[in-house]
Design a protein around this ligand. Structure first.
Ligand code: C2E
Ligand code: MG
Ligand code: MG
Ligand code: MG
Length: 279
């Protein structure tokens, strides 16, 4: 845009750049205190079995940052957190908090236990300290390891491939499930993914939006390949009756989306999805 308007206009953009720089710096400084000030919160989105009376199987923990009266979403701070390496502390907090919440929701020894899915960033997944942290949290809450899944994207598998592979192997040995998030947005093929000890593929919601015959066929083939590779499928972004019907038709047994519930606070989740006798 600067070019189009001619060289003389360039200085016009400088105050804007400066503004951007300052707002980033401000976010960075505020973020440093977010954990200590108890400003981070988790919202939870139910993961449902769409083929079985919408039974709640578990939840995905999604981080929120509450500053005064506004709730900031991950897209407003995770990139900065990643660049400044603060993401590691945030993710560690998320793991502790989510596993302790899961333990409260499973306190009446519900079988099977409600599952908990936790997102970790690419840089965290390349850092071997995550393994000890997950192990310690599982131990603290006496959590069944297979009731926890760690979610990450294809980008995390490509970045720092060697150290990430070692971390995934160690996490897999702990017994937690490894889940590839946003599948269908990256470039990897399913065969390339066989190099990693994955147990779950989450089909990205972009594959479901504006559903047409071609997309339906694509989803169908992902589902059948996943079954050959013994990967569980979670469908993300279920928003409509049509999406729900497709899950039923393809026998997808785990689904998540606004159709069932938006991510919600602990309190809302408890009033809608947890048996009071379980809390
Ligand atoms: P994700 O892991 O793929 O999470 C799903 C995102 O889609 C969530 O956005 C959720 O609110 C949204 N979503 C769920 N169902 C629907 C639907 O039916 N329609 C639409 N349009 N959206 C839906 P959110 O909470 O803003 O999180 C965005 C991303 O931020 C997550 O994508 C994840 O990659 C990342 N993230 C969230 N929490 C954490 C965390 O604790 N640590 C790390 N490292 N990343 C996180
Ligand atoms: Mg996720
Ligand atoms: Mg996703
Ligand atoms: Mg995502």
């Amino acid at each position: 845009r600067a070019k189009k308007q001619g060289k003389g206009q360039v200085c016009f953009f400088e105050p804007k750049m400066q503004e951007l720089f300052h707002s980033r710096l401000k976010t960075e400084t505020e973020l440093k205190q977010a954990i200590n000030k108890n400003q981070l919160q988790l919202h939870y989105q139910p993961i449902i079995n769409p083929t079985d009376a919408h039974q709640v199987l578990g939840f995905e923990a999604l981080v929120r940052w509450k500053v005064t009266n506004t709730i900031r979403l991950p897209e407003q701070f995770l990139e900065i957190a990643e660049e400044t390496h603060q993401i590691i502390d945030i993710d560690r907090w998320v793991i502790s908090e989510a596993l302790s919440q899961q333990a409260r929701w499973n306190s009446s020894a519900r079988t099977p236990p409600l599952t908990m899915a936790i997102n970790v960033s690419a840089s965290h997944l390349a850092d071997s300290s995550i393994v000890e942290h997950v192990k310690a949290c599982l131990k603290e809450h006496n959590t069944i390891p297979s009731s926890v899944s760690i979610e990450f994207t294809e980008a995390a598998l490509i970045k720092n491939a060697k150290s990430t592979k070692a971390v995934l192997k160690a996490l897999n040995e702990l017994g937690v499930k490894l889940s590839l998030d946003d599948f269908g947005t990256g470039l990897s093929s399913l065969t390339q993914l066989q190099d990693f000890p994955l147990s779950v593929l989450k089909i990205d919601r972009s594959l479901l939006s504006d559903l047409n015959d071609q997309k339906t066929t694509l989803i169908e083939s992902i589902v059948s390949m996943a079954s050959i590779l013994k990967l569980d499928i979670v469908a993300e972004g279920i928003e409509t009756d049509e999406h729900q019907a497709l899950c039923q038709k393809l026998k997808i047994q785990q689904a998540q989306g606004y159709y069932f519930s938006k991510p919600a606070t602990t309190k809302d989740i408890e009033s809608k999805f947890i048996n009071q006798s379980d809390v």
